[in-house]
Design a protein around this ligand. Sequence first.
Ligand SMILES: *Cc1c(COP(=O)(O)O)cnc(C)c1O
Length: 518
Amino acid sequence: MTAFRRERADVLAELRALRDADAPTHGGRVLSYVYDSGLAELDELAAEAARLVQPVNGLDPTTFTSVAVMESQVLGFAREIFHGDDEVVGSVTSGGTESCLLAVKGAREAWRAARAGTPRTPRLVAPVTVHAAFQKAAAYFGLALDLVPVDPATGAVSPAAIEERLGDDVALVVVSAPSYPFATLDPVADVAAITAARGIRLHVDACIGGFALAFRSDEEPPLAPWDFRVPGVTTLSADLHKYGYAPKGVSVLLTRGRDLHRRQYFATTKWPGYPVVNPTMTGSKPAGPLAAAWAIIEALGVDGFRDLAGRAARATGVLRDAVEGIEGLRVVGSPVGPLLAVATDEGLPPERRVDPHHWADAARGLGWHLQLQPGLAQDDGAPLPRTTHLTVTPVTERVLDDLVPALRAAADEVRGAPPADGALLLVELAGGPEAAAGLAASAEGLDADGAALLLASFGLLGGNAPDGPEQGAASGALPERLAPVLALVEALPAELAERLLVELLARVVEPVAPSGRS
Ligand SMILES: *Cc1c(COP(=O)(O)O)cnc(C)c1O
C-alpha cells in the first residue's frame, strides 16, 4: 500500500487556509476576474460535472466520446444565441485568450494560402481598445499590429479610421462587443461592410460581453446587430468562464465557414508517435471546464441566462447612475453590457475632481476591489484617460445597498487629492532627474536580478529581492495602494514597465520547499 506523507484532512485544511487569504470569489466584493451568478446550486452542479470527467483527457474525443457530445452541444447553443446559420462551426477552447489566438492563427493561414509564397508580413488592424490577447496573438504568430486610435471621450472607433488602414496585407480586423477597457460596442456592421467589400476577415471579440448581450431583455434599448446576423463577421469569441458562469478554462470560438475553421487546427503525422490533430493550442486538456459549462447550459437554458443577464444589467444601471451622481467622477462613453469604466470629471476644478485610482484604492480600503486601468498615449496624440473598471455580475444586485454607499464614501475620502504623478515619483525613487532618465533608459540588458533590485528600490518587492531576508510566495502580495504603481506604469517606457512586471510576477512563484516537509 502506498504510504501517504500527510493526512488528507491536514492537506485540505492547509489549502483552505490558503484560500482564505485570496480575494473573495463570491459575494460581489471583487468587481473583475470573477463572475458570480449568485446561485450556489449552479456552482455545485458545475463542480459535480467537472468531477465526473476529472480523469478524462479532452485531447481525444474519439476515445472519450463524452467530450465530443458535450462540445458539439455547447457549440450548438452558442451558434443559436449568436445567430449563426449552419455554415457556422467552432471549437471550445481554454479561455478568451486561446479563442483570440486561434482566430488570428486561422486568419493568418487563410491570408497566406491566398498569397502563396509571399514574403510580406500580414497585418492585424483593430481599435486600440481591443483586448491585449490580440497583441499577444500578433506577437506569437508574427503579424504586424496596427492599432487605431479611438475617441478619448467615448472610447469609440470610427469606421472611416479603420477603413483608412486597410490594404492587401491585412489578414484580420478585430472589433469588440464590447471592449474590455471602456465597454464600448464597436460599430460591427459598419466595419463589416467595409471589410467584406475587400474580402478581409472580421473577428468580433465578444469574450466578455457575448453571453450577457445575447440575453438582453426587451426593456433595454436594442443594440445594433453585432454577431453572426452581420454578414461580414467571420469569427466570434465568447467566454463561458465569464457570463457563462463556468469555472475558469472554457470559451468558444465560432467560425463562419468550415474551411476557415480547419485552418485553426494543427495536425501532424510526421513523428513516430500517435497522429496529432489539435483543434486548439493545447494537447492533453481537461474536460472539467467543458463539462461544467455544458451542465450550466443544460440547467439554465435561455430563460435562466436571460434572468441572470437581467440582474447584472439592472445592477449596472444602478451603479452607472450612482457614479454619475458622484461629484468628480464620470462614466466613460456609453457602456454596453454589465461593465463600465470610470474617469475623472475634468469639467470640474481640480479640488472637486476625484482621481479614479485614488478612488479605487479608497474603495479597497472599504473592502471592495475595483480594477485600475492606466491612461494611454495614442498614436494620434489624443491620450486615453486613466480609469477604474467595474465588471458587474448577477450577485452585484444583492450588494448594491452596501456597494453604492461605499463608492460614495471612497470618493469623499479622496476628492481633491491630486492624481499620482508617475514622472515625479520616478525622480523621487531614482534620487534625481538624471538618475530617473538613466533608469528609464535601462530596460535593455536588464537581467532578472537587476530588475528585482529596481523593483525593490521602488518598494515593490519586499522579501523576494535577490538576497532578501525572506524568499517566499507570500511576500509577493500587492502593496496597499495601487495608484502610485499604476502611475509608475504610465510614466515608465513600456518596455521597462513590462520587464519589471514580468519580474514581479516571476518572483511570486520562485520555487520553495513544499509545506509540511519533515
Ligand atoms: C477576458 C477577455 C479576453 C481574454 O480572455 P481570457 O479568458 O482572460 O483569456 C479577450 N477579450 C475580451 C474582450 C475579454 O474581456
